[in-house]
Ligand binder design. Structure first.
Ligand SMILES: [Zn+2]
Length: 205
């Protein structure tokens, strides 16, 4: 079994919002171990994916250390948002319009709250979407995740938003033929192949 740390966590999607959802071991079955065991894990994940500048993340981590109760509340809020994103993306992946309309009502307030901090930054000669630095808010890095969801829903092809039938991880299908099925062919894809193979063997007996 591979180690379940942020460091060892594989990054299987090209979209930040999907990778944020994929931070539990599995969304299906009984093994739902959380990679965000504490607030520091969340910061380690943000650092791994470059969600915010390192000095901002360090400041948040120091604040969480000083204000333990706030850090625990923030972790709850982050997990709640992750669950909400999971529902949003799986509703799209399964083309469940009714469910999507239901969750849209819940995701919109989160988007509005995030966009209140939105700003454009000029880096070199390019405009880059960004957020004001907000050292008081322990959940502030999630704003970038919500921006990524917003961009995926508005700009990308929603038919390529998919969910792994094995573990429930979500991803954006970047393959040429649009036929990607698994979060990772070496993880769930292989497990499924093994399952079908043993079933075939049994049926031959
Ligand atoms: Zn999977």
């Amino acid at each position: 079994m591979r180690e379940r740390t942020i460091e060892a966590l594989p990054i299987d999607s090209t979209r930040l919002c999907c990778n944020f959802v994929n931070t539990v071991y599995s969304w299906r079955g009984e093994d739902n171990e959380d990679f965000f065991k504490n607030y520091d894990d969340f910061i380690a994940w943000c650092s791994k994916l470059g969600v915010a500048k390192e000095n901002q993340l360090r400041a948040l981590k120091a604040k969480a250390k000083r204000e333990k109760k706030k850090a625990s509340l923030a972790l709850h809020r982050i997990r709640d948002l992750r669950l909400l994103l999971y529902h949003v993306i799986s509703a799209i992946a399964s083309q469940d319009k009714k469910e999507f309309e239901k969750v849209l009502k819940r995701i919109n307030p989160a988007l509005q709250a995030s966009f209140a901090h939105y700003q454009l930054e000029l880096i070199g000669n390019k405009f880059v979407p960004s957020f004001q630095s907000d050292p008081d808010s322990l959940i502030s890095p999630v704003r970038k995740v919500l921006l990524s969801l917003n961009e995926m829903l508005v700009w990308d092809d929603v038919h390529r938003i998919k969910q792994c039938p094995g573990c429930g991880y979500v991803f954006y299908d970047e393959t040429k033929n649009g036929k990607r099925r698994w979060c990772n062919p070496l993880a769930c894809g292989t497990k499924d192949k093994m399952k079908r193979y043993t079933k075939k063997l049994k049926s031959r007996r």
